[in-house]
Ligand binder design. Sequence first.
Ligand code: F6P
Length: 344
Amino acid sequence: MKKKIGILTGGGDCPGLNPAIRGCVYGAEKYGYECVGLTDGWRGLVEGTTTPLSREITEYIVMKGGTMLGTSRTNPYKAEGSVQKCLETFKRLDLYALVAMGGDDTLGVATKLYRDYKLNVVGVPKTMDNDLSVTDYTFGFDTSVTHAMEAAQSLLDTGASHHRVMVLEVMGRHAGWVALYTGIAAAADYVCIPERAINTPDMIRKIKDAYARKKYALVVTSEAAELPEAGEGASKREVDQFGHAILKDRGMGERIAAFIEKNTGIETRSAVIGHMQRGGAPTLFDRMLATRVGLKAADLVHAGQFGQMSALVNNKITGVPLESATGALKVVSKEWFDLMEVLF
Ligand code: F6P
C-alpha cells in the first residue's frame, strides 16, 4: 500500500498556493506516495475534512490564484482538544506525513506539532507579506506587489490629470515590504511603513516639494503604518486566533490623505487595493518559486527530514529547520531606511 501525504494550506491565501500544491503532489507521486488534501487549513485536520489530490487533479492549477484546498485562520492550539483532534485525524487517515503550507502562523503550529508530538511535518513558506524569516522570498509577494504597483501607476495617471496628491493603501500587516516595493517600483514620493514612525514634517515637506515640481504626488502606505497624530494604536484592535490585530477598516490611507490635505492645502485622494492584491493568476516568479518549494517539500518527506521547511536561500531551494523560520518576523531593516532616504 502506498504511503499517504496530507497537504493543507492555512492563513491568508496568496497566488502561488496552487502551483505549490501541484509541485508537492508531482514530487510525492514520483516517489510513490499518494496525496490527500485537508480542506480549509488546520480546520481540515481538526475536523478530518479531505479532498482528493493527484497529478491529474492538479495538472492545470499552476496558473490559478487562491488555493484549491481552501484556507482558514484556525489555530488548533487556541481551542481545547483541537490539537488532540489533529493527531487523531492524522492517525485515522493513515497519514505518513503532513505538508503544511503557510506563513508564520500556520508554520508556527507545524513547528509545535513537530516539537510536542514529533509529528511527521514539513512546511512550505507562503505569504504575500514576505515576512517569513530564513527564506529569501515567499511566493505570493511578487504577484501581490505587481498588482499594487499597477494600481499605484493608475493612481499616478489620474493624480497627474487632476493635480492631486494620491495615497494608495496596501496590505502587508506587521511588515512594510509590500508598501516599500510598491513605492519603489511605482516611483512614489513617499512611503509609510510600520517599521518606521512617520516623520510628519519630513513627509509634508517632501510632498510639497514633489508637488511644486510636477503638480501631483504619490504616497504609498502600509495598512499598519502609524500616524503619530492619529492617536489610536493597532494594539487596541480586535485580534485573530493568532493574536494579530485585524487591520480591516483601519483606514490608514484615508487618514494619511486627510492629514496631507490639511497640512499642504493640496487636494488629496486615497484608494485601498485591499484583497484585490491577493488574488489573480500568480506571476512567473511565484509559479516557479511555489513549484520549486512544493517539490522540495516532497523531497524532505521522502528523506525523512521532518520539522523542516523548504526555503529559498541564496537562490537555492533547501531545507531549513521550521523553528528557525517561525517566531520572529522578517521586517524591513534599517539598511532599507537609508535606501528610502535616497529614493523618497
Ligand atoms: O497576511 C496576509 C494578509 O493579506 C495581510 O497582509 C492582511 O493584513 C491580512 O492578511 C488580511 O487578512 P484577512 O484576509 O483575514 O482580512
